[in-house]
Design a protein around this ligand. Structure first.
Ligand code: XMP
Length: 498
């Protein structure tokens, strides 16, 4: 007889309550993914084209998490999204977009639209501040082709010296009724940075935002292993990406690991996440090839069909337990990717050792995910699709499933690729409001779970976790039962009825 081990999914287990003096509102849910990636919310958004672009990455980082920008787009488009996140808000801009006095004034309108900002410092060839042009200067009309110097404000510029704090900058801007405060070296007159009032307000509004050492929002981005992958990585690093995620359905594959090692060699200073794996051996291989963070999950995702199409995978709870343990032994962290349907699953993954959890489904129906709302039967939905679905692979993700050649070499008479073997589907998800609303519910559930276990932080949650297995009857009992009509709750949908 074959000795076949059993593997469990989130629904198979529960955490037992423990004596507790910890109140949910007092717990810390912060996590360290990597020494330069400190999150206040242990949540990543999936690198999927219906989940993470600029808006999602900004919204999630403001809540304390980390968005992973998908790669189903040209290199420049992805690099630009990363740049937009990094520029979106920081109390202090180290590298503000500037204009030259001789630039045509039309350029200021282009840049305003491109960066969604209301004005720019104007500098000379030596980088010295010579003026500032804002929409106040332009609103009375401009003549196309005229130089910026015709419109910029030169007299009475309000500036400050390096070392000015956020509070001092705010006071100075309020005192002088200006919205931008260029920081200028007093000896050379060179512009070294800028505060904007809008950003300072945001810093106050989102105190838990996940930021880099320079106060800019954290941003991650996916790379595949296609021909242009190194070039893509280079562009992303140039845009300031904080974490490169080697995105594959099978991270324990030779080609993926070799590429990861090449990335680590080339960009030693950028944190590297490699995946997906589902075994301790897979984790060790990733770490041997340079991974700082390992992503765990083969087939648990809501749109995944990998397990049924290929017969391969691992129920996610066991995968997380096994991989997180291996990761801890090697001093790296593990991210549990896919299959999270309720906040309780998040608690189980973190208690099982994951440093953070990646979600697609739970965020794909929000305002900040790419795509329009669609109305079906009077209800609002958003499209969600697996990166292994035919549509997504045609749009560029075939390499994630080792099918780039099938895509390139098999166009039928109508010019449509026909040999792709999908490992995912597409569908519709109910509209779920804003990212902030979803993360509030997830964090609320996590905090309560930690309260039940008497865990004041995530390390304590891991230590105090005692899991029991539940039977199918137990899982049925755990869900809503014996009601004919269930009114919707923001954090609960009846299984199979979402
Ligand atoms: P959830 O459950 O949050 O899962 O929707 C998101 C994760 O699913 C993975 N993913 C896929 N897996 N076929 C797969 O087997 C696919 O088409 C597919 N698309 C995404 C991915 O790891 C994501 O983070």
């Amino acid at each position: 007889m074959l000795d076949i081990p059993e593997a469990l999914s989130y629904d198979d287990v529960l955490l037992t309550p423990r004596d507790s003096a910890v109140l949910p509102r007092e717990v810390s849910v912060g996590t360290v993914l990597h020494e330069r990636l400190r999150l206040h919310l242990p949540l990543l958004s999936a690198a999927m084209d219906r989940v993470t672009e600029t808006e999602m990455a900004v919204a999630l980082a403001r809540q304390g998490g980390l968005g992973v920008i998908h790669k189903n787009c040209p290199i420049e488009a992805q690099a630009r999204m990363v740049e937009d996140v990094k520029r979106s808000e920081s109390g202090f801009l180290v590298d503000p977009v500037t204009l030259r006095p001789e630039d045509p004034v039309d350029r200021s309108f282009e840049l305003m639209a491109r960066y969604r900002v209301s004005g720019f410092p104007v500098v000379d060839d030596a980088g010295r501040l010579v003026g500032i042009v804002t929409n106040r200067d332009l609103r009375l009309g401009t003549r196309p082709g005229r130089p910026v110097s015709d419109y910029m404000t030169v007299e009475g510029l309000i500036t400050a010296a390096p070392g000015t704090t956020l509070e001092q900058a705010r006071d100075r801007m309020q005192e002088h009724r200006v919205e931008k405060l260029p920081i200028v070296d007093p000896d050379t007159g060179v512009l070294v940075g800028m505060f904007t009032f809008k950003d300072i307000e945001k810093v106050r509004k989102y105190p838990d935002a996940a930021k880099d050492a320079g106060g800019r929002l954290l941003c991650a981005a996916a790379v595949g292993v296609g021909d242009d992958a190194l070039e893509r990585a280079e562009a992303l690093v140039g845009s300031g990406v904080d974490l490169l995620a080697v995105d594959s359905a099978h991270g324990h594959a030779r080609g993926i690991l070799e590429f990861a090692a090449a990335l680590k060699h080339r960009f030693a200073d950028v944190a590297l996440m490699v995946g997906n794996v589902a075994t301790a051996d897979g984790v060790r291989a990733c770490v041997d090839h340079g991974a700082d963070v390992v992503k765990v999950g083969v087939g648990p995702g809501s749109i995944c069909t990998t397990r049924v199409v290929t017969g391969v995978g691992m129920p996610q709870f066991t995968a997380v337990l096994e991989c997180a343990q291996a990761a801890a032994e090697l001093d790296v962290t593990a991210v549990a990717d896919g299959g999270v349907r309720y906040s309780g699953d998040l608690v189980k993954a973190l208690a099982g050792g994951a440093a953070a959890v990646m979600v697609g489904n739970l965020l794909a129906g929000t305002d900040e995910s790419p795509g329009e709302l669609v109305l079906v039967g009077g209800r609002r939905y958003k499209e969600y699709r697996g990166m292994g679905s035919i549509d997504a692979m045609r749009a560029g993700s075939a390499d994630r499933y080792f099918q780039a050649e099938a895509l390139a070499g098999s166009a039928d008479e109508a010019g449509q690729p026909s040999k792709l073997v999908p490992e995912g589907v597409s569908g519709l998800l109910p509209y779920r409001g804003t990212v902030g609303e979803v993360t509030n519910q997830l964090v609320g559930g996590l905090r309560s779970g930690m309260g039940y276990l008497g865990a004041s932080d995530l390390a304590a949650l891991r230590e105090r976790a005692r899991f029991v297995r539940q039977t199918a009857a137990g899982a049925r009992e755990s869900h809503v039962h014996d009601l004919d009509v269930v009114h919707e709750a923001p954090n609960y949908q009846v299984p199979g009825n979402r």
